[in-house]
Design a protein around this ligand. Sequence first.
Ligand code: ADP
Ligand code: MG
Length: 240
Amino acid sequence: MIQVRDLHKSFGDLEVLKGIDADVKEKEVVCVIGPSGSGKSTFLRCLNMLEEITSGEVVIDGEKLTDPKVNINKLRSRVGMVFQHFNLFPHMTVLENVMLGPLKVKEMKKAETEELALALLEKVGLSDKAHVYPGSLSGGQKQRVAIARALAMNPKVMLFDEPTSALDPELVGGVLEAMKDLAKEGMTMVVVTHEMGFAREMGDRVIFMDQGKIMEEGKPEEIFDNPQNPRTQDFLRMVL
Ligand code: ADP
Ligand code: MG
């Protein structure tokens, strides 16, 4: 589903990604861990064309991102993204937030879109919040709306960038549950996370990034129980 070859990304003189190679298969859940500043968010943003690639190649579902003919909106609609901060529109109801993407980009009919949005809100456990404004929701509820909103585009891949790290601890569980449901349904997912429990339980593979490179990757039990790279070992000692 995703192929990344020798991906480099620089901001001016600062080289943030120094040659990333990665593959994500259909239905695979890949968790990305690593210290702050290691380039995890930049990596995800390159997958979604929120950042321009400096060099290298990214292919998503057969579409080469650097191909000048690629339709950015179409590609983005196939790659859903959920951020640390929810970026919901405060002046729109929860339902309107979820309906916006399909109405604008996919030109879906209103009634059909509403039906879809209500079904997605039910899926993330928020049917009763459809007609309220985001301001009256908890952080965890907002994040679940953000997940529903991303799913409304019927993406082939979902990217999550630390979706629970801005949440109060008691709200983390509900968001992780929604993500687990999605993984169990076979969604292809790349999840940058500090939730090592989630990575261990749900990850088919864990990637450890440091200083703009993938230092180590493997099955969760390999990475968590028997890390080979000293940097992975140091990182896990700090976070576990
Ligand atoms: P992580 O998500 O692992 O914490 P980031 O991808 O956010 O790491 O950042 C990696 C590095 O890239 C950091 O040094 C950060 O300051 C830098 N960086 C990220 N985005 C930009 C940008 N738009 N302009 C300049 N530097 C950036
Ligand atoms: Mg980040």
